[in-house]
Ligand binder design. Structure first.
Ligand SMILES: [Zn+2]
Length: 115
């Protein structure tokens, strides 16, 4: 299961970071997730709790912030959202989008640590 291995690496990374700061426990992990990351949110949330069991992250929360897909539109010469994931076109002028600048994120943006 794809999401479980991602959840395990998230937990390991958070554990490491908490250890570096001389603290043993993490109360929450904030994650930014794009729809093009290939990760299913519900599945990741479920896997996270399994992965956190028996670690200093047990009982912590995984807070997922959705990162919308943004493209650089050649016609508008600026960053634009897309019309939809099914219709991959600039939301302003309908030019087919080729240059994705945001939406593939899977990154930890913050950790809440219990001192
Ligand atoms: Zn455009």
């Amino acid at each position: 299961m794809h999401e479980l291995s991602i959840a395990v690496s998230l937990v390991e990374a958070a554990e490491e970071e908490a250890a570096k700061r001389g603290s043993a426990r993490v109360s929450a992990v904030h994650l930014r997730l794009g729809p093009l990351s290939g990760v299913e949110k519900e599945s990741l949330l479920f896997s996270y709790h399994l992965a956190a069991e028996g670690t200093p992250l047990e009982g912590s929360r995984l807070l997922i912030e959705d990162s919308p897909v943004m493209v650089f539109c050649a016609a508008c010469q600026t960053r634009r959202p897309i019309r939809s994931l099914q219709s991959f076109c600039c939301a302003a002028c309908d030019t087919p989008a080729t240059d994705v600048v945001q939406g593939r994120e899977l990154e930890v943006v913050a950790l809440e640590i219990i001192e």
